[in-house]
Design a protein around this ligand. Structure first.
Ligand code: NAP
Length: 305
């Protein structure tokens, strides 16, 4: 039996692990991909305190993971979680390889997956021009034309990143105001190779063997447009990765886990942190902050059992 099981090795899960490991707990950290979460999809983070000149997402992820990897009381499982079950005095976490890992306490930090546009051509051209990660795939579009969908921080960061690689970037957003921060909005508007298409929503992605065009539909009564493009980067938010919870833990209307100020869910011994929880600010700094609280509160819970 482990002391603490953590699902998800993004910044919040890695921080929760750090706090529990430093208290001498036996921790199993389950992650289906590489440790780092959304950090791996971010080129540079300019608003993480302590790094006046910013820090690369990959570098911060590597540093965070290195900080916990030397603890002998850590077990890392590269697996997908398929279910959890709370029993009287333990939590059982089932993984895709048929294992059932038992722990005194559980921290949920699995974040989300990119939300899909759900339009013709999206699935067909995924990997053939349609991508959900500019940092991962941007290089394939060197000196080509790329198109980003969305009006949030992710879409703006993606457009700014692609503007350094592609010869031309189109940004399509369904409104004329943005969720993206003011600072990113200013940077984007000042870029001469980024063209904005506001009040438009994607209708279909077209091509032959690869993406060639995107059709966009006006949301303000203007005529529809077709844009020639080699790549379409979808950045319209995330769908939370909560299916395996099977309605055992209350979620808010956006599908995020409801926690109290101790990051505790309604189920005793189960905590949550990072993008998966309902909160007001989604940043690396807040993920790290609530990861620390979740990890430490799990430690208190284990000690008091
Ligand atoms: P987001 O803030 O939820 O923005 C999603 C964008 O996609 C919105 O502009 C939304 O339009 C648009 N959208 C949603 N569904 C759509 C659809 N079906 N068709 C067309 N457009 C659609 O998501 P995000 O940008 O991934 O950011 C998630 C969170 O992480 C945010 O809290 C953000 O601040 C944070 N974040 C922060 C940083 C940073 O600080 N550097 C970087 C990345 C992310 P509407 O606006 O019309 O709804």
């Amino acid at each position: 039996m482990r002391d603490l099981i953590i699902v998800g090795a993004g910044p919040s899960g890695l921080t929760a692990a750090l706090y529990a490991l430093r208290s001498g707990n036996k921790v199993t950290l389950i992650e289906q991909g590489a440790p780092g979460g959304q950090l791996l999809k971010t080129e540079k983070i300019d608003n993480y305190p302590g790094f006046a000149n910013g820090i690369l997402g990959m570098e911060l992820a590597t540093n965070m993971f290195q900080q916990i990897s030397s603890y002998s009381n850590l077990e890392l499982e590269t697996q997908t979680v398929i279910s959890i079950k709370k029993e009287t005095d333990k939590v059982v976490v089932a993984t895709g390889n048929g294992n059932a890992i038992e722990g005194h306490s559980l921290v949920l930090a699995m974040g989300g997956n990119p939300r899909l546009l759900d339009i013709p051509g999206e699935v067909e051209y995924t990997g053939k021009g349609v991508s959900y990660c500019a940092i991962c795939d941007g290089f394939f579009f060197k000196d080509k034309i790329t198109t980003v969908i969305g009006g949030g921080d992710t879409a703006f960061e993606d457009a700014l990143y692609l503007a350094k690689i592609s010869k031309e970037v189109h940004l399509i957003h369904r409104r004329d105001t943005f969720r993206a921060s003011k600072i990113l909005t200013e940077q984007l508007k000042n870029h001469n190779n980024i063209q904005l298409h506001l009040n438009y929503t994607p209708k279909a992605i077209l091509g032959d063997t690869k993406v060639e065009k995107i059709e966009i539909e006006s949301t303000s009564g203007e005529s529809n447009k077709t844009i020639e493009t080699n790549g379409v980067f979808v950045a319209i938010g995330q769908k939370m990765n909560t299916d395996f919870l099977n309605n055992q833990i209350p979620l808010n209307k956006d599908g995020r886990i409801i926690v109290n100020h101790k990051m505790a869910t309604e189920i005793q011994g189960i905590f949550a942190c990072g993008d998966i929880i309902a909160k007001s600010l989604y940043q690396v700094s807040t993920a790290v902050g609530d990861g620390a609280v979740a990890g430490q509160e799990a430690v208190y819970y284990i000690e008091n059992k």
